[in-house]
Design a protein around this ligand. Structure first.
Ligand SMILES: Cc1cc2nc3c(=O)[nH]c(=O)nc-3n(C[C@H](O)[C@H](O)[C@H](O)COP(=O)(O)OP(=O)(O)OC[C@H]3O[C@@H](n4cnc5c(N)ncnc54)[C@H](O)[C@@H]3O)c2cc1C
Length: 381
């Protein structure tokens, strides 16, 4: 029995670990990634502040081999659903079950001037580059925002704004640095509902961060962000979440729908192709009772979805145990600077609306956020 897991980010790492643990010799579990490392994006805000070094936020994938997981480094260049095979490094790999966890790809080139004139922390090198820029910055306007929807981690750009604000206050430059936020969203964290969105907005105001909602970035000049409605923000430094797209290899395989992402059954992550599952950022998961039509992209969801898929495959292959259905459960932190973090937890498929609780920023949630990183860097390796 060959199980092929494409991508070894958060979803693929969990899926391959749980599959091997549950199936042992009953299945060959192969995970393919173009990178030799697993990197933990929730640590990038700390990289942005110089509080983490690259080696602290990454682990070698080859370590997984000691668990019996086959690790293949290479680019997935084609997926053939008819012949049940995948092309990697020019060779064909056949599968009985396929778990696709290739995440989202960035497409900054879709917005003229974005690549040349902006920073972000959506990959490790960019987070390191932004750290160098922040260290050199000594006053002016920093625009922080989201170029287009969807994007991963609903809290990340807000978190970045709070952390940047705190960083400059600590450096004694609070009066000299102005942060202006922009986003196509109607409120912060729209998938968590208007109460949490309004509380976060009030908190931004209390920190002197002004925000422009419902604006879509059209063009970036060397010192100005231009939006589709004709409005602009002048900046001295720009942080902009780049546009996200589904990896082209998945689009070419015909797995995507009008959303541009892979449609799946929300409870099981099955695609419409037999024995093919997709988890994490690459999926479009409808939330019929949600505040937004599709689940936001987040590692916590990729993690839970991967556990469900691995459990259900193990049950199917071993004819033992019970299949599980995912309830849309998840949680996330919102770091606000100075060793404080808020916490959002909920069940996104609850009816009539997602059942979500918000805990105001405190030291306790920040400590939990630190433990969350420790868990990820140790538990799966
Ligand atoms: C700054 C930041 C902060 C975040 N904070 C949080 C947080 O606090 N909580 C949270 O829940 N989420 C957070 N996230 C979001 C989280 O990181 C993602 O949602 C999560 O990583 C998605 O997991 P995934 O497995 O779907 O994709 P990924 O983790 O992106 O993994 C995809 C993998 O596929 C590989 N790949 C892609 N294409 C190919 C190819 N053609 N061939 C071979 N390999 C390929 C990539 O190299 C990658 O390793 C954050 C993200 C960022 C950027």
């Amino acid at each position: 029995m060959d199980i092929l897991v494409l991508g070894c980010g958060i979803g693929g790492l969990v899926a391959s670990n749980v599959l091997k643990e549950r199936l042992g010799d009953r299945a060959d579990v192969t995970v393919v990634d173009k990178m030799k490392f697993f990197r933990f994006p929730p640590s990038y805000p700390w990289v942005m502040l110089g509080e983490r070094k690259p080696e602290q936020v990454q682990r070698k994938l080859e370590v997984l081999r000691k668990k019996g997981i086959k690790v293949l480094t290479g680019e997935v260049s084609a997926i053939d659903l008819e012949s049940r095979s995948v092309q990697v490094n020019g060779s064909g790999l056949s599968y009985d079950y396929l778990v696709i966890a290739l995440g989202a790809q960035y497409a900054p080139e879709r917005i003229p001037g974005l690549l040349e004139n902006s920073h972000h922390i959506y990959d490790l090198d960019s987070a390191l580059r932004f750290w160098r820029a922040l260290k050199e910055f000594d006053g002016g306007t920093i625009a922080v925002g989201v170029s287009s929807l969807p994007f991963k981690c609903p809290a990340a750009p807000y978190e970045a704004a709070f952390l940047i604000d705190h960083y400059f206050r600590e450096r004694g430059l609070g009066d000299k640095v102005r942060i202006r936020f922009f986003t196509p969203e109607g409120l912060p964290l729209p998938s968590a509902g208007p109460d949490i969105g309004n509380s976060t907005f009030e908190f931004m105001k209390s920190r002197g961060i002004d925000a422009k909602f419902k604006v879509k970035l059209k063009e970036v000049k060397s010192d100005e962000a231009v939006f589709e409605d004709g409005s602009t923000i002048r900046f001295d430094l720009l942080f902009a979440v780049p546009p996200h797209i589904c990896p082209e290899v998945v689009q070419r395989a015909g797995l995507t729908d009008q959303t541009g992402w892979i449609p799946v059954d929300p409870a099981t992550m099955r695609t419409s192709y037999s024995n093919v599952y997709a988890v994490g950022d690459i999926t479009a998961v409808p939330t019929p009772s949600g505040f937004v039509p599709y689940l936001p992209k987040a590692g916590v969801f990729a993690h839970r979805q991967a556990e469900i898929v691995a459990n259900n495959l193990a049950v199917e292959i071993k004819h033992r145990g019970r299949e599980k259905a995912w309830d849309g459960g998840g949680a996330c932190f919102l770091m606000t600077g100075g060793g404080q973090a808020g916490f959002v937890k909920g069940t996104w498929f609850a009816k009539p609306h997602p059942d979500i609780e918000f805990h105001s920023p405190s030291r306790i949630w920040y400590m939990q956020r630190v433990l969350f990183e420790k868990y990820w860097m140790r538990h799966w390796f």
